[in-house]
Design a binder for this molecule. Sequence first.
Ligand SMILES: [Fe+2]
Length: 507
Amino acid sequence: MPLLKRRNVLVGGLAAAAVWRPLGSVRAAGFASDPFVLGVASGAPRKDSVVLWTRLILDNAFAAVSADPFAPAPKPSTDPVDVEWMIAEDETFSKPVQSGIYRAVPEFAHSVHVEIKGLQPGHWYFYRFRAGNAESPVGRTRTASEVADTFRFAFASCQQYEQGYYSAYTDMARKDLDLVVHLGDYIYERTYGAGLVRKHGAGVPSMLYEFRDRYALYKSDPELQAAHAAFPWLAVWDDHEVTNNYANDHAPDAPNREEFLSRRRAAYQAWYEHMPVHPGLASGFDALRIYDHYRFGDLLGLTLLDTRQYRSPELEGDAADDRPERTMLGPAQEEWLARTLNGSQAKWNIIAQQTLLSERDTKAGPATGYNLDGWDGYRAGRGRLIDVVQSSKLPNPIVIGGDLHAFYAADVKRDFADHGAAPIAAEFVCGSITSDAPSATSLATAVAENPHLKFASDKHGYAVMRVGLKSAEVDFIAVTDRKQQNSPSSTFQSFAVADGIAGVNRL
Ligand SMILES: [Fe+2]
């Protein structure tokens, strides 16, 4: 039975039809089930452009997969589908701005990545898609501002689907924000932990269709969809989008390099297919350049780093290693970062990476212990990053990260052993949306052992930063109970960074 039944229909009769341009060459299809079940998203906001995203699920092949993990994978539809997109100034689409047709192809899982150009800076827009007899939910997006004296963004990471509900995203969707930054672990490749509230319904993905199904499962969550529909997003990956603790072309669970690179290629392609990222990324998936720089007027520069794809192999044991050839970012990204930061004229400069940049000795007393999957395993690379921040005289640098499933606030030092040294940057790490947290005791030890770590918490949730002319303020927001649906969220700790004075101030 064909998964997609087609018939030619005349367009008309819909209340909203008048605001859609004539469909022209669109091949209309009658869908037996809603193809827009993964929602809509937008991202890559520039001052005159933004990327709109959706992915069609044809006759709910994905639902069949997730309901029965032992059922054979459904045959994916091999037909392209023409999708009409429309962007307007208002939610009712009475003031249309642009519309067009995008051909969604099975080679990219019928995902849609449309870059809309010629938009106004610092402007809210509404968008939606239509294919055949189906219409998508309405999304809202915003171009980067050219002139602004305030900017608000959320940052989040680590959303293991089985370990909790996405109530934090419902709270985020209600906030007044310009942007969401996702710092990685958007999906998890494997099941672990106790007290799971829902199931992946499948094992560890290695094939492209398996990664696609994992993304489809995560993106089927209405709370995650609400946060995507409310704001443009920027996303960078961490390890779990591929596999735990992978480093460049090596992974702890890979039998050999060839197997891992083929798995990584599938994972990178599925990431592209499910993120509102620039369509230009689709040119190849053996490597995928996701590090980038975004500007929001003179107020804010936001630099996104990739600490997974180019890093040196992880160290064995728990001894730190200062060899200069060891790198977290790889030479090309390091060189690009130096150029980017040297050229930044923005008042505030956010460096968004995956984890905690600051040193963290996790062992109480004179003994030391480090997380070698983080920057403590790449000390020379960290030193070079901090040197560039210092030598470029980067205005108001603030580092943000995720990965640790715990909230942290820290003062970044050139030499973390020099307790009296002035901070070079402030650093904020968001807790996990749902993923299991370390013990409160271990976090207390970390704060006691490392004077530059000013705060740590094992709560779950996300963070919001408000950047203004005089200060940047950060709220740490926690969900009351990640294991309960519709659990409320609230701010439990706030910080400020004053203009011209690096370092974290607890409010
Ligand atoms: Fe994580």
